[in-house]
Design a binder for this molecule. Structure first.
Ligand SMILES: [Zn+2]
Length: 48
């Protein structure tokens, strides 16, 4: 799968999986991408 933030291909068994409260699973290549994306979502409360 690809990183939900930077679209880097993530090898199976690596990276981070994050399950949002609405059941959507996000994958991140690194903790940095996870943090940046979560910060981004916090500022931009879109319809998704
Ligand atoms: Zn990434």
């Amino acid at each position: 799968m690809k990183c939900s933030y930077c679209s880097t291909e993530i090898e199976k068994g690596t990276g981070f999986a994050y399950v949002r409260r609405n059941g959507v699973v996000r994958y991140y290549c690194s903790g940095r991408c996870k943090k940046l994306n979560l910060d981004h979502n916090r500022k931009m409360r879109g319809p998704s």
